[in-house]
Design a protein around this ligand. Structure first.
Ligand code: ZN
Length: 261
């Protein structure tokens, strides 16, 4: 990969892009998940978002008239997980497709036992294809702005990072100072506990969708890590620790803790 060349080209391109706080203020002020990102960190986030805005093809679907700030909102949210990793982690896709509302996905489900193939249609708020486009519903992005552990952009970007080693399995490529064994043990134990809690009807710190599969657990845990870090830290401190080591961020220090109930 001509990484050095791409980096040099990006540095030059950045000189032409507007990364001033003013240019991003409208979209930024709507996103409490970015609270506490001041100074250098804030400037870095705007640079990554500006590159995403510039380099990706933003493609409205279903005759959606995308509001001008929509792409900036999505770019800021997509930049957050890679703030300390670098924009090259999001190089595997070129297009962001934005629907006005949730969209219908059609796929075939092959039942191994009976050999029957079912055609399935279901409503989606987001989708991320391996090496393919990021697909989002604007209505769901808007609903993602509250700090409630639901954020469709963070969720789909987590799938992108997970798949960066070619395999979407709940484990992204880990940094050299991390261990595969520790990651796998922590996530497997947490996943099993989450499944048991959801099955027993106990309230959990995460959206129950996390129990669908280990890769969904990682994506949903990422949403919780950035949006409700204190709750995640309380319920799953080791998962929080692994995510902090991977994302190289500590949102629980950055965001204000909720008022104790
Ligand atoms: Zn998912």
């Amino acid at each position: 990969m001509l990484t050095w060349w791409r980096r040099r080209r990006r540095r030059r391109r950045l000189e032409q892009l507007d990364t001033s706080p003013g240019a991003w203020a409208e979209a930024w002020s709507d996103l409490p998940v970015l609270d506490g990102l001041h100074g250098d960190a804030g400037a870095r986030l705007r640079r990554i978002a500006a590159l995403l805005l510039d380099e990706k093809t933003w493609s409205p679907a279903a005759e959606f008239e995308m509001p001008p700030a929509a792409a900036r909102t999505i770019a800021l949210l997509a930049a957050l997980p890679v703030l300390e990793l670098g924009v090259d982690w999001l190089d595997d896709f070129e297009t962001v497709i934005v629907y006005p509302d949730s969209f219908m996905a059609e796929f075939d489900d092959h039942d191994e036992a009976t050999g029957v193939v079912h055609s399935i249609r279901e409503a989606r708020s987001g989708e991320s294809w391996h090496r393919g486009p990021l697909v989002l519903s604007w209505a769901d992005v808007r609903a993602s702005r509250a700090l409630d552990g639901f954020n469709v952009v963070l969720h789909e970007v987590a799938h992108k990072l997970d798949g960066a080693d070619g395999d979407i399995n709940g484990k992204p490529p880990l940094h050299r100072d991390m261990g595969v064994k520790a990651w796998s043990e922590v996530f497997l134990a947490a996943y099993e506990r989450e499944v048991a809690d959801v099955d027993a009807g106990r309230p959990t710190a995460m959206d129950p969708y996390a129990t669908e599969a280990p890769e969904e657990f990682f994506a949903v845990a990422t949403e919780a890590f950035f949006e409700t870090p204190h709750e995640l830290l309380d319920a799953y401190p080791e998962v929080y620790g692994q995510l902090a080591a991977f994302y190289r961020q500590d949102p629980a220090r950055r965001l204000r803790a909720p008022y104790p109930a």
